[in-house]
Design a protein around this ligand. Sequence first.
Ligand code: HEC
Length: 122
Amino acid sequence: MKHLIGFTLLAALLYTSFANAADPNAPAGSAERGKQLFIKNTCISCHGTLGQGGERGAGPRLAPNPFPFVAVQMQLRQPRGEMPRYPVEFVSDQDLADIYAYLSSIPAGPAAKDIPLLKNFQ
Ligand code: HEC
């Protein structure tokens, strides 16, 4: 039992540090250019302009705290499911780095308790 609790805490800690860290191994990119590419390549139609995720499962949430760069790269080059493939002829490695920089730059929204309008319903 002790082990289980220790393991759970460790897993939670690892997950949190993992999920909040910007990927230090990601190549340098321009978030501003990445935003334009995110729009131009129609990522927004399934994932939303801020990577918040599409409706009715169109595409999952991508930001804040995107997956590590290699995972995003893998998904574009060899998508595992319904997503169209983006080979290097359409999205170059630099484009991908810029898109990743954009996704990494998207800040978390405010907590529900900090949104004044929502207080009216408490
Ligand atoms: C036609 C809809 C569609 C478009 C366009 C699209 N995606 Fe996706 N995306 C998906 C779906 C659906 C998934 C879930 C996994 C799958 O089906 O491959 C996904 C998964 C992902 C993931 C993995 C996240 C996760 O939680 O699974 C990343 C990263 C991603 N997309 C990035 C992009 C980027 C960047 C673009 C544009 C270059 C893009 N997608 C364009 C539908 C789309």
